[in-house]
Design a protein around this ligand. Structure first.
Ligand code: GLU
Length: 310
C-alpha cells in the first residue's frame, strides 16, 4: 500500500461505499446482549509492519470478539500442551456445517470435534488449559494483552452473563464431548472459560495489532517473540480453511486473506508479512459473518492485491 494519506482516504471511501450493505444483514440475537448492537456500524483498522495504524469508520466502537478468540486460545493451548496433545482432542478438517452444529459429532468416529474453530472444538481446546477457570481466563487475557500491547483488555461482564444464561446448545455440546471422553472435568468450568473468552472486548485497532503479530510470525513490531512461528503457522492454516464458518471456501476465493470472524461482527485478518487488519460490522449474513465487513475486505484485497493465493 502507498503513502499514509492515500491509504487513509481509501479506507474512508471503502467504508462509505460498503456501509449500505449493513442494511442487508442482521445482528445476532441468540445472545440477547449482542442483539443490542447498532447494525449500521462499519469500521476498519489496518496496521503495517512499521506499526503505522490506519483506521476509518466506526473504529472506536468496542465489540466482543466471540469466535475470533478461538484462534488465540488454540495458539495458547498448543504453546502450553503441545501440538500432539491438542490434536488428539480436536481435528484439522473443515466441517461445512454451522459453528454450533452437533451433527458431525455423532456421525464421525471417534467423535472428536472436526476442528478448533467450531464451538465443540473450541470447548475441547479450553478444556486442555490447566488450572481454575480464573487462571485460564487470565492466561488468555495475558496473551491478548501482549499481542495488542493494551493492558486494559478484559471481557464484557454483561455479554458473559447473557452467553452463560442462553448457552444451552454449547452446554449440550460440552456434555456430549464429556460423554465420549473427549473432555474431562467440570463442564460448567470449561464453559465459564469459553463464555468469558467469547466476551473479550476491544476495538478494531486492537484487533489489527493482534493481526500484526500473526502476520509477523508471532513477533511484535519490535521483533520480540510472543508466539512461536510454528504455532502461528497452524493458526493461519485454520483461518484459511475454517475461519469464516461455512463460508470459508468462498471467502478464500473472493478475498484470499487468512481471517477469523465472530458473531459480534468482528473480523481478524492477516496478510502475512504485511498487515494486521481488524473489521467491525455487527450486521451478519446468513452464515454469521459481517456482511459489510466481507465486502470491505473484498474491495481492499482486490485494490491492493492482498490475496495469499497469488
Ligand atoms: N459465544 C459464541 C457461541 O458459542 C461464539 C460464537 C461465534 O462467534 O461464532 O455461541
Amino acid at each position: 500500500m502507498e503513502g499514509r494519506s492515500k491509504l487513509q482516504n481509501q479506507l474512508q471511501q471503502l467504508v462509505e461505499k460498503n456501509r449500505r450493505w449493513t442494511s442487508k444483514g442482521k445482528v445476532a440475537t441468540y445472545i440477547p446482549e449482542l442483539g443490542k448492537a447498532d447494525p449500521s456500524i462499519l469500521g476498519i483498522s489496518v496496521m503495517d509492519m512499521h506499526g503505522n495504524l490506519y483506521s476509518a469508520g466506526d473504529y472506536k466502537q468496542k465489540f466482543t470478539l466471540q469466535s475470533i478468540t478461538k484462534v488465540i486460545t488454540l495458539m495458547l493451548a498448543i504453546m502450553e500442551r503441545g501440538m500432539e496433545v491438542v490434536f488428539e482432542h480436536v481435528g484439522m478438517e473443515p466441517t461445512g456445517d454451522p459453528f454450533n452444529s452437533i451433527v458431525k459429532l455423532e456421525t464421525t468416529s471417534p467423535s472428536k470435534p472436526l476442528n478448533p474453530m467450531i464451538n465443540a472444538g473450541a470447548i475441547a481446546v479450553v478444556s486442555l488449559l490447566e488450572g481454575t477457570p480464573d487462571e485460564r481466563v487470565e492466561r488468555i487475557l495475558r496473551l491478548i494483552r501482549q499481542m495488542t500491547g493494551n493492558p486494559n483488555i478484559t471481557y464484557n461482564g454483561r455479554v458473559y452473563h447473557s452467553e452463560h444464561q442462553t448457552g444451552d446448545l454449547n452446554r449440550a455440546l460440552a456434555f456430549f464431548l464429556r460423554n465420549h471422553g473427549v473432555i474431562h472435568g467440570s463442564v460448567e468450568e470449561h464453559l465459564e472459560v469459553y463464555f468469558k473468552q467469547s466476551s473479550i472486548e476491544m476495538t478494531t485497532e486492537d484487533v489489527a495489532r493482534m493481526g500484526l503479530v500473526i502476520a509477523n510470525e508471532g513477533k511484535d513490531i519490535m521483533g520480540k517473540e510472543i508466539i512461536p512461528s510454528s504455532v502461528v503457522k497452524i493458526a493461519k492454516a485454520f483461518m484459511v480453511t475454517c475461519g469464516m464458518y461455512n463460508a470459508s471456501g468462498e471467502f478464500a476465493i473472493r478475498v484470499g486473506i487468512p481471517s477469523k470472524s465472530g458473531v459480534g461482527g468482528g473480523i481478524l485478518s492477516v496478510v502475512p508479512g504485511k498487515y494486521g487488519i481488524g473489521v467491525i460490522g455487527p450486521a451478519l449474513d446468513d452464515k454469521g459473518n459481517s456482511i459489510a465487513g466481507i465486502k470491505l475486505l473484498e474491495d481492499l484485497s482486490s485494490i491492493y492485491h492482498l490475496t495469499i493465493f497469488n
